[in-house]
Each structure stands twice: as structure tokens, then as C-alpha cells.
Write a new protein. Sequence first.
Length: 398
Amino acid sequence: MVPPPAALETLVRRYDSTVFEPVRAGARVRLRGGGPQAWDVVFDGGRACLGPSDAHRRADAVLTADAETWRALADDLAGGMAAFRSGRLTVRRDLHLGVGFLAATAQEQGPGRLRFRQVQTSGAKISVMEAGEGPPLLALHGLGATKASFLPTVAALAGSHRVIAIDLPGFGDSDKPLRGAYDPAFFARGGVALLDALGIDRADVVGNSMGGRAALEMGLSAPDRVGRLVLLAPSLAWLRARPWAAPLRLVAPQLGLIQPAPRAVVEGLVRRLLPAQGSEWTAAGVDEFLRSYLSPSGRAAFYAAARNIYLEAPWGENGFWTRLGQLEAESLFVWGSRDEIVPIGFARHVNEALPQARHLVLDCGHVPQMECPAETHRAMLSFLAGRRVGRSAVPLAA
């Protein structure tokens, strides 16, 4: 039998189940490109076993790279993440499982190394990806995404912060309660419950899209638990007419249990929410979304969250724009000049409600941390350190 490539043997030999262990015994990761044949890693009882690929068994995650990249991964996880961003390493199907395997086999052994775990909170079990030491930074993903959308942020800020990226309840590998409200208040309570479970009194919070709206709600409802806020193309209450609002209120999101929307339609929507640049990021993001969406509880959570984004009241006693001016946390809003989901015109309305907030406009779409990682993370580091970033006023047309 042909022996496995030395780089793959090195990776599997270093496997540390305290860094990452799949929830399901027998999970299978397929490794391709290290030699003439593929190899499977099977997890069972805290162990990882490497053997020839079994063509009769479907792999839960598939990692593909050339031999040189596998050797680089055996030496340095950061180099492996760079290979992933550049497309030299691809991770398909289950990104959580694939990246978890890489984290658990990395050469770095320090206390701030990348690790994955499930955290039991007072409301739900939440899946966490974290790395680094220092001031805590909680990262909240957008609709149709998972914690994996903050992989670039974890890599960029782990040198100075303890970055904690989570799957919001209802998404990814976190619990998906069928009776969950899946509105901003629900997600904010989940964020605070996680801080409680981790023994963190106060954290800075970064959120993208729906996660940005959840971060704002944490700042509004639990100001004593939130330091600074970074809002990356945050979802905001609509200011224009919502012609479908009345009939949509009559539709129960639990109809997602029977999948009323065709998969192709929903997948097309998710592709609009994912980065416009980088086909591998988009492909991996669609895989991550479908892992949840193809389960009944995941569909119900997705529909409920999307419904709440559309129906959120802009004005009135509890309206979003009425309450926004009460936000006390220092805030940095990052907008994409080519964002078709949250148009940059919203910046003017935010500036009217929060004249003290900072604003940064980047040449990107809806996911700045993936599409413009260097600029986004440089600005985040400066802002979180208390240095001046962006402008206080953004005189843009609506």
C-alpha cells in the first residue's frame, strides 16, 4: 500500500481533540492533492485516523490543495489560511469541520491558538470559534452565513484580541429552537448569554449585516455589557414602503419546516448576501448555508430571521430609528460602496440619528471583512484601540 504523504501524517499525528472534536462520531474529512490518491481522516472517540480514501463513503468535508500547500499547512496554520484566501486550498461541504481539523492539527500550541467548541448558555448551545488573547471581541455573522465568515477577522485580530466568532442561535452548528423569535432582541439576548457563560463582563462587538443589527441591539438593550461597536454593512429597518408587510405578518415562519421555497431560489438569494469577490469564499459560504437550510429547524430559523428584517418597524415608540439615537457605545459603521443589500444611502440616516458615530466607506459589497480584509481590519484595530478612524459625518444622498 502506498504510504500517505509525510505532510498529511504530520497533521494527523498532531491532532488535539481539545481544540476541535466533531459532535458526530465517525465524521470524515477527505484530503486531496497531497499525492496521487486521496486520504480520509475519520474522527472517533477523541482520535483522528488517517487511511486511504473510501470511494463508497461520502466525506463530510473535502479539503483540496497541492503538495506544496499541504507541506506549508504542516508547518504553519497562518500560511494555510492565506492559501485558503488565495484559492490554493479549498474547503467544501462542511467548512466548520474542515477548518476545525486544520486548527486541531496546527503546529502552534499556545493558549491563544484557534479552537472550536460548543458553549452551553442559559438559552441555547452556541458553537464558537475563537483565537487570541487580550480584550474580548464578539463577532456576529449575517443572514445565511456562519461564524466562518469571520475567519479573516479572527486571523487578523488574534494578535491583539481574544476574538470570539459564534454561530448565532438558529444558524451553523448552534441550537435552532423552533419557538425562537429570531429578531434582534432574540439574538442580543443570545450574545449576552454567551458572555455570561464565558465569564466575560464586557466585550467589544463586531457584526456584519443581520449580525450588525444584533450588535446594535446589544448596545441598546445591554449597554453595560458592550464596549465599542463595529458595524459592517449592518441590516437596518427599511425606510421605504414595504408592500408585502401585511400578508407576510400572516405567514408563520415555521412553514420552513416543510420547505415552501425552492432550494434554487433561496440559494440565489444567499449568493447575493455572500462576497462578490472570491469564488472559493462564495462556494464555501453557500455550502455552510445549505448545511443549516437543508434541516427543517434551520429553514424555519432562516425564514423567521429574514421575515423579521423585512418587518422591523422604523418609527414609533419601539421603532428602530426612534431608538437608535439612544445608543451610547462608540460606534464605527463600515459601508460598501457597491453594496446592493444595504445601500450606502443609509449612512446619511445613521449620521442624523448618531452624529457622534464614525463612518468608513470601502470599495466593496456587503461583506467588508472578506472583500476588503486589509482595509477593514486595519480600521477595526485603530478604532478598537481608541484611535480616530473615518469621518463623523457622511454627506451622502439617500
